[in-house]
Design a protein around this ligand. Structure first.
Ligand SMILES: C[S@@+](CC[C@H](N)C(=O)[O-])C[C@H]1O[C@@H](n2cnc3c(N)ncnc32)[C@H](O)[C@@H]1O
Length: 506
């Protein structure tokens, strides 16, 4: 259990992982850390975005569009939205989107609670990442090379540059083709046909070398008309969305005015109330309402652009692998039969769903086989898929973080495998801040070499021992053994003992 699951030292990060029986693995400082220091930035591995927010967040780099909607999307599933063509291409080429495209579409139509659906989505996304990892290892034939940008969910600036270059080349190719085919030879390079480009970057048919040739001038004419029509349609749609968005905003403002609180006040209130960002089931279930009890640090662009939030210093440059994620703690063994029964409907659906993609089903078989250490003939896939999904659900509940928009709504969940070794403490010495696909841990006080580094999963200010313990048990399935809880418990025990002694003495 005490194996070094992430090599912090390799990245000059002053942390290591240790283990105790009652608290499991936890993070320890290997040198003194000053208050307010950025201790580490960790990349996310996999996400489960809630469908109703799909247009507000780039499914690759997790940029949130707080003002409007992203309009680049996978036309086949209409589930994955992107902030840029580079992210769209990244999703197709490196994240195996086409393997899960139809699964995501079907999952969106399944009637279940958003909590369970986001877990199933997270598992599907993770399985496609596992396929990417296998592909990468096959091509590089070395496990050591696994520590590579290639595996990370988010493209690095260099990846985006590479794709943008490809996109430029693609543009030039299309222009060249047009020039060759068009006798007039008077196509303005700056007015590159977006449709043409989309055709070549579109889902499931991204093949730069295999460009369609341009047909006769009649076809050209027809294409132009179609294009105009499409443009009008798109414009209409955008206008409608804008109007709706404005209407919603107006309503929201009216609501705020009703309460005689302005937006600034709300933000201020939220910021002071919600410090941290671990999330639990309820966050997802109640995401449509303003939440009472979420822990979130909302950071604005100005802060984000400061050095404090760079992803170079003290950063682990890869997000871990599927196995790193599955190595995390789950509390499935403590699930009651009732909890298992609640999942039955999801299990039946999920079993059928994954069979729709041969590759993903095979991947599922492999991971189950690996976890059971048994030959596939001796495995009852029906039972094992059910157990695997519930075990995964428990793992997600214990380890995932909420993704929040600037209104404090939980719009999805994310797993950062290497951030999951931080234990909870009601007397924490660090706090996390999330931005895009990274989580940053900052010291909230001076930390001494050898101290445990921990953050608070819940709001603890002014909350009694009994309430804190009940909250953690109900939402995170553990009895808190932090320093503060142990101290307070000991105080209660010794005062009870004193009372008993006094009674006896009388
Ligand atoms: C995100 S994980 C933290 C890493 C975990 N200890 C491990 O070994 O993987 C959360 C789990 O760690 C354990 N844990 C975290 N903080 C704890 C605490 N203060 N007291 C007891 N157990 C704790 C609980 O089992 C909890 O479900």
């Amino acid at each position: 259990m005490n194996e070094q699951l992430v090599d912090f030292i390799k990245y000059s990060i002053p942390l290591k992982i240790e283990y105790t029986e009652n608290k499991g693995r936890y993070v320890v400082a290997t040198q003194d850390i000053k208050k307010d220091t950025k201790i580490v930035a960790i990349k996310g591995y996999s996400t489960g975005i809630i469908d109703s927010f799909k247009k507000k967040i780039c499914s690759v780099c997790l940029s949130i569009n707080n003002e409007g909607f992203y309009d680049i999307s996978c036309k086949s599933c209409n589930i994955a939205y992107y902030c840029s063509k580079a992210c769209q291409m990244y999703s197709q080429r490196k994240l195996n989107h086409e393997l899960i495209c139809s699964l995501l579409r079907k999952l969106a139509t399944f009637k279940s609670d958003i909590h369970s659906k986001s877990i199933m989505k997270l598992l599907i996304n993770s399985l496609s990442l596992k396929k990417s990892e296998e592909e990468y290892m096959r091509l590089n034939s070395s496990n050591d090379n696994i520590i590579n940008n290639w595996l990370s969910t988010v493209p690095l600036p260099s990846d985006i540059e590479e794709y943008e270059k490809e996109l430029e080349e693609l543009k030039l190719k299309v222009i060249d083709n047009n020039c060759e085919k068009n006798n007039d030879n008077n196509i303005d390079k700056n007015h590159i046909d977006e449709e043409e480009l989309n055709k070549n970057t579109g889902e499931n048919k991204l093949n730069i070398d295999n460009q369609e040739s341009i047909s006769s001038s009649e076809d050209e004419e027809k294409k132009k008309k179609d294009k105009k029509k499409k443009k009008h349609k798109k414009k209409d749609k955008e206008e409608k969305e804008m109007k709706k968005h404005k209407k919603d905003k107006k309503k929201e403002k009216e609501k705020i005015n009703d309460n005689v609180i302005n937006e600034n006040e709300i933000n201020k209130k939220e910021k002071s109330k919600h410090k941290h960002s671990k999330h639990h089931k309820k966050d997802i279930e109640t995401n449509e309402e303003e939440k009472e009890d979420k822990n979130i640090d909302i950071i604005n662009e100005k802060d984000v652009n400061s050095e404090k939030y760079d992803t170079i210093t003290n950063t682990i440059p890869y997000s871990g692998t599927y196995n790193d994620m599955m190595n995390l703690q789950s509390h499935f063994e403590e699930w009651t039969d009732d909890m298992k029964r609640e999942w039955q409907k999801n299990i039946n659906f999920f079993k059928k769903l994954i069979q729709e993609s041969k590759e993903i089903y095979k991947c599922m078989e492999d991971v189950i086989q690996e976890s059971k250490n048994n030959s596939i003939e001796d495995i009852n896939m029906d039972t094992e898929v059910a157990n695997y999904l519930m075990h995964f659900a428990s793992l997600v509940e214990s380890n995932s973080f909420g993704i929040w928009n600037n209104k404090g709504k939980c719009i999805g969940r994310i797993i950062y495998p290497f951030a999951s070794y931080f234990n909870h403490s009601c007397r924490n010495n660090c706090y996390p801040v999330q931005y895009k696909n990274h989580i940053y841990f900052f010291a909230s006080k001076d930390i001494k070499k050898g101290d445990e580094v921990n953050f608070s999963y819940i709001d603890t200010a002014g909350v009694s021992l009994k309430e804190r313990q009940a909250h953690l048990l109900a939402d995170y399935y553990f009895k808190c053994q932090c320093e503060l809880c142990c101290e307070e418990e000991n105080e209660i025990i010794s005062s009870l003992n004193n009372k008993k002694k006094k009674k006896k003495a009388k």
